[in-house]
Write a protein that binds this ligand. Sequence first.
Ligand SMILES: N[C@@H](CCC(=O)N[C@@H](CS)C(=O)NCC(=O)O)C(=O)O
Length: 223
Amino acid sequence: MTARLYQFATSPFCAKVRKILDYKGVDYEAVEVDYLQRGELLVASGQLMVPALTFESGETIVDSARIAARLEELFPNPTVFPPSWRGLHLAMARYIDSEIEDAAFRAALPDELEYYRRRGADRLALFRLIRERKYGAGFCDRMVAERDSNLARLSDLLAPFDEALADRAFLFGRIGYADFALYSQIHLLELTGESRLPPEFKNLREFHGRVDRITSALGDNAG
Ligand SMILES: N[C@@H](CCC(=O)N[C@@H](CS)C(=O)NCC(=O)O)C(=O)O
């Protein structure tokens, strides 16, 4: 069963879904959605946001948490919810997807603006418009001006995660859903190819590499 993952390359929520698909060995095709041309995504999913995952059966799921839950039903092995740890993984992932995401998104926004600027003035303008409609006029320029303080706030929030990973490979020992959520936010800090993760976070850096190295070759659900 070949799935299609509609994504934006910069989206952390798409990075989370990609890695879960890789981990589970699901055969899928990543479809990069042009920021200005969302017709195929709209027809496939009935909305304009990514990630959206479609199956050959016609089933379509949007939202990374709902996609992860459905993948777990369809492809239970290997699990992203180790027995009796599901609640903790869900609670931690909810924190990461909201609090950490908000801080990482603000800290990474200058790089994301640069990413869209390189893809054309029209894409950059739409990206800015969507952010400023949500966060208010002047938001994008403010994030550029406040980059250092935003990185400092993010570091403050990430420090406990770095500490937690000092003597274990994954947040709760065995890899699970919260790890994919954390990985995806760190991934957002790698947009330029040069990591924005503060160098003192050695454990987080190694953790990111560990999850990043998971490839679809590991799974047995392909085909
Ligand atoms: N709660 C959703 C959030 C998805 C989300 O925020 N997607 C962003 C990209 S990271 C998006 O599609 N934004 C629409 C846009 O930029 O036009 C999830 O977990 O998938």
